[in-house]
Ligand binder design. Structure first.
Ligand code: KIV
Ligand code: ZN
Length: 514
């Protein structure tokens, strides 16, 4: 079977999606999980775009050794130099240089002639090649480019030293037949195309990203680029879990394999959803919570008689098998730490102890602690910063009567160590909490989005709140969990403020993350 390389861009194209802002510790956590999933390449960020991106790419390159780590760069020396600074310690330094090639981008965005674009691309690749052994070159908006011009520019960048050629459908405009035909055309017309890797990169604006990516593979693509859960700009990128499982389940038709450890899919998807705060639609293929749920009587009857009547993928294939026994308030430290190991967490004793304290508090209020609850407890510890300035919520109190405006009173410890109590009213209890917490923030806050979901099942389930807000026009997402929805909401709001503080802090000081 032909091997298709998986290039994951969750931390770059995925992170570009509206409202997503991951901090360095969270990006490292996702990168580690992508390594376990077995992706060939991790695009960890765009080092020249911000100090935060630079730091994340550098630290991921120093941490991850099982997957190649790359960074995005515009076709200019300063971007390539910055990317080299971030990646020089990587096990296998790889750079991803891009330049637009479609008439509309060349004329209106770059304001360059096609000849100038060829020259800039060739110069950039030659310059990158002096530093990096692996140079990927992308023709941004390739699908809307003139195919003859694509052949011309790709011929030249291959000669200049590119080792991978990426052909993106940047605006998600292609149909499967057209995108496949473009790959066939390039395979037939570009000199030396068989000596480089040919890569597909699809966006999902018309809902055809998965079909387009598969069409590219059928017509010669050696590598596919995408994100976990299909995160990304606008309608997102192709969802890598869909490609991997489609190729696996229909290997009889395709005959390709990705080498991904499919059993890590569910875990990777959950981690990305938890850390980005982007909820997965319930009917999402492969990883949606209803993807294996059979509701109608006829389907349930069929499933009982023979699961193959309605089930083409088993939950076990993606690591979503039946939950092990739930832990409860009588469970000891030993069972707790054993479960952390079985669930794949590597926590220091200090973090494991902190997670155990949270577990005991929760177990006093909740009868059974499920796998989903534990997942949240362990992940929260794994991504804790040390020594960074944060607000800590110590108390939240709501006074509510049907006839009166609710009042919230919040006590929090400030980054200076000082404890403050603030109080405010609002039209509803949540608004009262948000108005109260706003008093702790210096800038102007706007709430852009607010959601509460339950982590597990049952009336005592944990609540997860996600708040998307802007502080002085900077958009930040905060999230946190608690058994009470109001407490979860207050903690999520504070989490957003803390992220803002940590972002500022990261730019000044090396973050300690053991
Ligand atoms: O969609 C796109 O064209 C991109 C490039 C930077 C590769 O993300
Ligand atoms: Zn893209």
């Amino acid at each position: 079977m032909r091997k298709i390389d998986i290039f994951d861009t969750t931390l770059r194209d995925g992170e570009q999606a509206a409202g997503i802002n991951l901090n360095t510790a969270e990006k490292i956590e996702i990168a580690r999980q992508l390594e376990k999933l077995g992706v060939t390449i991790i695009e960890a960020g765009f080092p020249a775009s911000s100090p935060g991106d630079f730091e994340a790419v550098q630290r991921i390159a120093n941490t991850v050794k099982g997957s190649t780590v790359t960074g995005l760069a515009r076709a200019m020396k300063s971007d390539i130099d910055r990317t080299w600074e971030a990646l020089r310690q990587a096990a296998q330094p790889h750079i991803h240089v891009f330049l637009a090639t479609s008439p509309i981008h060349m004329e209106h965005k770059l304001m360059k002639t096609p000849d100038q674009v060829v020259e800039i691309a060739v110069e950039a690749v030659k310059y990158a090649k002096k530093k990096f052994s692996l140079v990927q070159w992308s023709a941004e908006d390739a699908f809307r480019s003139d195919p003859e011009f694509l052949v011309r520019i790709i011929n030249q960048v291959i000669q200049a030293g590119a080792t991978t050629i990426n052909v993106p459908d940047t605006v998600g405009y292609a149909t499967p037949a057209e995108y496949g035909a473009l790959f066939k055309y390039l395979k037939e017309n570009v000199t030396g195309i068989d000596k480089v890797k040919l890569s597909a990169h699809c966006h999902d604006d018309l809902g055809m990203a998965t079909a387009n990516t598969i069409a590219a593979i059928e017509n010669g693509a050696d590598q596919v680029e995408g994100t976990i859960n299909g995160l990304g700009e606008r309608a997102g990128n192709v969802a890598l879990e869909e490609i991997a499982v489609a190729l696996h389940i229909r290997k009889d038709v395709y005959g390709f394999e990705t080498g991904l450890n499919l059993q890590e899919i569910k875990r990777t998807s959950q981690l990305v959803s938890q850390l980005t705060g982007v909820v997965i639609q319930p009917n999402k293929a492969i990883v949606g919570k209803n993807a294996f749920a059979h509701e109608s009587g006829i389907h349930q009857d069929g499933m009982l008689k023979n699961p193959e009547t309605y089930e083409i993928i088993t939950p076990a294939l993606i690591g979503a098998a039946v939950e092990p026994l739930a832990l409860g308030k009588h469970s000891g430290r030993h069972a707790f730490s054993d479960r952390a190991i079985t669930m794949g967490f590597e926590l220091s004793d200090e973090k494991l102890n902190a997670a155990f304290v949270e577990f005991k508090k929760l177990a006093d209020r909740k009868k059974e602690i499920t796998e989903d609850d534990l997942y949240v407890l362990f992940t929260n510890q794994q991504i804790q910063y040390k020594d960074s300035p944060v607000y800590k919520l110590t108390n939240v109190q709501i006074q509510y009567e049907t006839e009166d405006a609710p009042t919230a009173t919040v006590t929090a410890v400030l980054p200076s160590g000082e404890s403050v109590t603030v109080s405010e009213t609002g039209a509803g209890s949540v608004e009262a909490i948000f108005n109260t917490l706003e008093k702790l923030v210096k800038g102007k806050v706007h709430i852009l989005d607010y959601r509460v979901t339950s982590i597990s099942k049952g009336r005592d389930a944990l609540a997860e709140a996600v708040v998307n807000l802007s502080i002085d026009d900077q958009v930040i997402t905060g999230r946190d969990t608690a058994q009470d929805v109001l407490e979860a909401s207050a903690k999520a709001y504070l989490n957003a403020i803390n992220r803002q503080l940590v972002n500022e802090y990261v730019q000044e000081k090396e973050v300690i993350n053991d």
